[in-house]
Design a protein around this ligand. Structure first.
Ligand code: TRP
Length: 476
């Protein structure tokens, strides 16, 4: 498998470490941070959601990522293989991960296609009429064919990258463009904060109002933490399997979690003040980044055009470094467990995902099947971050805490005692007891409250799918 080649090739110490951290951060930082986080925060009432999200990132996200890295490096296997080599009965956790990857790739490339489409749109005068930017986005995503073409283009980029193995150009592009994207976000944030009325946006984002919190908000925050950090489906297990024995897992986890969270918060700071200044609704939904950011750039004249172009190029690359990691989990399963050739594995996985994306994209124009009044795009989104990833993360913790051996884990994480990790006991108890219980409680409460909006049934369906896959995978 090629995901971690850069980390696996022997290089000097510092170089290989940075290579790995950037690859893992490349997977984590993506549409989840810049597209999903701001609008999810907006829909869930702002400050209190953000605070709960941060608490989940620090306590649960950090611990689960360290667990995934440790499992991956300990077993030197990808998602399914790492469970299978330890205990065949646990392979279903890997299979659930592969299914999650398939489901996320059923809508992620649709949004990746939007990001790609916005590069030429910006170049050809989108910013000239700022008052039309909102309508133009609505018209674009509900158009039946246009977004499909861009999704196809975005998908082809994924196919090319993953067929060749991930360590080549995309990693280099990421290394240059991700810091650039970060800088542009800083520019956007400064510009947004300078607008009159901007402080209301900061207040919305950081001043918690707990009266807005219900169990659905808590589940949304948990799901966002898992999604944004690429956790709960074995993605980071796969990356960890390429990590050298001498690398410091705790420090690496800290860096990836820190970068991912910084980008998400920065994206929020870049968008909310501007939204409030423009009198837009905080619950504007999935169009947020595609409407607010161009509007802000439109106010900056020529230099704004340049920034906008770099922003959408950076967003597309950030999305690519994430989606290739998702595709790779499915592909490496087909190669390792089903004995397929890489090219065939890439093509067959992509074919299934692309069909799902077609339905997801059409559903935004109101076309296609609905379940409990929810379109395909929203179903995939709901299933993955509210159910699959949380359940996957919980099972990964149970596996580490109850199936693996405490001494082995301690050796793995401290590099046989060479690295001090005074919080090992705390981490171990979190993983063994606290996180599985906490995730189960949050997920159950969220699912029950989901019944009020008709979404509970869809989530129960997800649990049923997970149960079936557990049963089926016993036979595989
Ligand atoms: N974390 C990525 C983002 O924020 C998406 C992603 C990549 C992901 N790999 C994953 C989400 C694995 C869950 C699991 O855009």
């Amino acid at each position: 498998m090629a995901t971690g080649n850069a980390a696996a090739t022997p290089r000097d110490n510092w170089g290989s470490k940075l290579g790995f951290v950037m690859a893992a951060a490349g997977s984590a930082v993506g549409l989840g941070n810049i597209w999903k986080f701001p609008y999810t925060a907006g829909e869930n009432g702002g400050g209190a959601f953000v605070l709960i999200y941060l608490a989940f990132v620090i306590v649960i996200g950090f611990s689960v990522m360290l667990t995934e890295f440790a499992i991956g490096r300990h077993t030197s296997r990808a998602a399914v293989g790492s469970f299978k080599t330890t205990d065949r009965r646990w392979s279903f956790v890997g299979i659930i991960g592969v299914l999650s990857g398939l489901l996320i790739m059923g809508f992620y490339p649709v949004v990746g296609g939007w990001a790609l489409a916005y590069i030429p749109k910006v170049a050809t005068g989108l910013l000239d009429n700022p008052q039309d930017i909102g309508e133009s986005f609505g018209g674009f995503i509900s158009n039946p064919t246009q977004p499909l073409l861009w999704m196809a283009a975005y998908f082809i980029l994924n196919i090319v990258i993953v067929s060749k193995g991930i360590s080549g150009g995309i990693e280099k592009a990421g290394k240059i463009l991700m810091p650039l994207l970060f800088l542009i976000l800083v520019v956007v944030a400064v510009k947004g904060l300078s607008l009159p009325g901007a402080s209301a946006g900061l207040e919305f984002l950081f001043k918690p109002d707990f009266s807005k919190v219900d169990s659905h908000v808590v589940l949304a925050a948990l799901g966002q933490a898992f999604f944004s950090l690429s956790l709960g489906m074995g993605c980071m297990i796969t990356y960890g399997s390429y990590l050298k024995k001498k690398e410091n897992l705790v420090q690496t986890t800290g860096m990836v979690v820190g970068m991912d969270t910084a980008v998400a918060l920065l994206a929020g700071i870049a968008m909310f003040p501007a939204m409030f200044a423009f009198n837009m609704e905080p619950a504007a939904g999935p169009g947020l980044v595609f409407v607010v950011v161009p509007q802000l750039f439109a106010e900056m004249g020529h230099i704004g055009l340049l920034f906008a172009l770099m922003f959408f190029i950076g967003l597309t690359v950030a999305a690519l470094t994430s989606s290739v990691s998702l595709l790779e989990v499915v592909v490496s399963y087909l190669i390792d467990e089903k004995g397929m050739k890489r090219v065939n594995a890439v093509l067959s996985a992509s074919a299934v995902m692309a069909v799902m994306c077609i339905f997801a994209s059409l559903s935004l124009g109101g076309i296609g099947p609905k379940l409990f009044d929810t379109g395909v795009f929203d179903i995939f989104d709901l299933l993955t971050d509210k159910v699959f990833l949380a359940v996957g993360g919980m099972l990964i913790c149970i596996f580490a805490g109850w199936r693996l051996n405490r001494v082995d884990l301690e050796k793995e994480i401290t590099n046989n005692g060479k690295i001090a990790f005074p919080l090992f006991g705390l981490w171990y108890n979190l993983v063994k007891y606290v996180i599985p219980v906490a995730v189960a409680v949050v997920a159950c409460a969220g699912i029950i409250s989901g019944f009020e909006s008709g979404k509970g049934a869809i989530m129960v369906l997800a649990i049923a799918i997970i149960g079936c896959s557990a049963l089926i995978s016993k036979k595989l």
